[in-house]
Design a protein around this ligand. Structure first.
Ligand SMILES: Nc1ncnc2c1ncn2[C@@H]1O[C@H](COP(=O)(O)OP(=O)(O)OP(=O)(O)O)[C@@H](O)[C@H]1O
Ligand SMILES: [Mg+2]
Length: 368
């Protein structure tokens, strides 16, 4: 997505109602699901709140109840016990059709209608809601810009079969957002993408999420995706039991039990480094260092022992910078903003960032 497209679409998207303005929290209150004919529970006494505007990732092993939890919210699956509320409304007080009008639903493989054009796919819910043609056209174009499919006229009349997987996923997200629902349910929406496209679509989705602020419950198998995307992560274990519900930083720093630690994997320490940016470490080191002045002074040319240090951007995560430093066999990296030298970070600072840096998710330099 271009910067201009992002700025334009973000501004226009902000003019629509956002979840932060109205209470669109999703509350699972002691929710249990047992499928007919099954003795085991698919979901067992789940109690979590996804706050208005929050992006929560639901992760866990296959069969752990993630899709079930999502489909209970839009009543594709019926509750066995407990209560789900969106805002102050018990979902059972609405008809499934009324309920689904307030919820965008995006699934793996995009789920687009193959015989409908991109424009027709995006217009699905607005058409059901009987929006007039001009409003639907305007909304469709606005959404295509938002998901980075520009110039929009090039995409409107294509069929899903004429799009790449990543483009289909973008259209799937546009379709889910079409009627501006306050709540989004996403079930492994990027699951079918290759790692590079996946990263690009994740970035775009995060951009959209920040712009439009919808309450989002997002299922993924991929713990790295959850760490990158989520405000909070709910980890389910076999039997549909909640193992932990917390911020990515807290989950990584303090896994609730052996199951969570194992689920996070042996690279838990490295994953923590993905929560902090180089700029933040630079700031913290400066605040502490005795030689603050020498660090701060821009250098037109690096000292001899740093000539071969790789250049990194302040926006990079420590994990990304560490990867470059490791590949260059260097003892640190030079932090540049274009031509401007912001300072240097040492290998030691990358591996052992100054205290609290990795624990302060939500502060400057981490996700805004
Ligand atoms: N319609 C159904 N009838 C009976 N059992 C079902 C049905 N749908 C799901 N289940 C069972 O419920 C449990 C949870 O399934 P669910 O699809 O929610 O898991 P999941 O966490 O989404 O798994 P995956 O990561 O593989 O998508 C599984 O044991 C599954 O076999
Ligand atoms: Mg599933």
């Amino acid at each position: 997505m271009t910067d201009t497209a992002t700025a334009t679409s973000a501004t226009s998207a902000r003019t629509s109602s956002t979840s932060a303005e109205t209470n669109s929290s999703i509350v699972f209150d002691n929710v249990t699901k047992t499928y007919p004919g099954q003795s085991a529970k698919a979901l067992d006494s789940l109690s979590i709140e996804v706050k208005s505007g929050e992006l929560v990732c639901l992760v866990g092993p296959s069969g752990g109840g993630k899709t079930t939890a999502l489909q209970l919210v839009n009543r594709l699956v019926d509750l066995s016990r407990g209560e789900i509320r969106i805002g102050d409304t018990n979902i059972m007080d609405l008809s499934p059709i009324e309920l689904r009008r307030t919820i965008g639903y995006a699934i793996q493989q995009s789920g687009l209608f193959p015989h409908c054009t991109v424009a027709e796919n995006i217009a699905t819910v607005p058409s059901i809601l009987k929006w007039d043609r001009k409003r639907i056209e305007e909304r469709t174009k606005q959404l295509l810009e938002l998901v980075g499919l520009t110039p929009v006229d090039a995409w409107l009349k294509r069929y899903p079969g004429q799009l790449s997987g990543g483009q289909q996923q973008r259209v799937g997200i546009a379709r889910a957002l079409a009627a501006d629902p306050p709540v989004m349910l996403m079930d492994e929406p990027f699951g079918a993408l290759d790692p590079i496209t996946r990263m690009a679509v994740q970035d775009e989705f995060l951009e959209i999420h920040r712009a439009v602020g919808k309450t989002t419950l997002f299922v993924t198998h991929d713990i790295d995706e959850a760490i990158k995307m989520a405000d909070r992560i709910a980890i389910l274990k076999p039997g549909g039991l909640l193992a932990q519900y917390d911020t990515p930083a807290e989950v990584l720093a303090n896994p609730a039990d052996d199951f969570v630690a194992e689920f996070l994997g042996a690279e838990r320490g490295l994953k923590r480094l993905a929560l902090t940016t180089v700029a933040e470490v630079l700031g913290r080191s400066r605040a502490r260092a005795d030689d603050a002045e020498s660090r701060r002074a821009p250098m037109s040319s690096p000292p001899e022992d740093r000539v071969d240090w790789p250049v990194v951007a302040g926006t990079m995560t420590l994990r990304e910078a560490l990867s470059l430093v490791s590949a260059a066999h260097s003892h640190g990296a030079r932090v540049m903003d274009g031509d401007r030298h912001l300072g240097d970070v040492t290998l030691h600072e990358l591996v052992c960032p100054p205290a609290t840096a990795v624990d302060a998710r939500g502060t400057a330099g981490v996700r805004s």
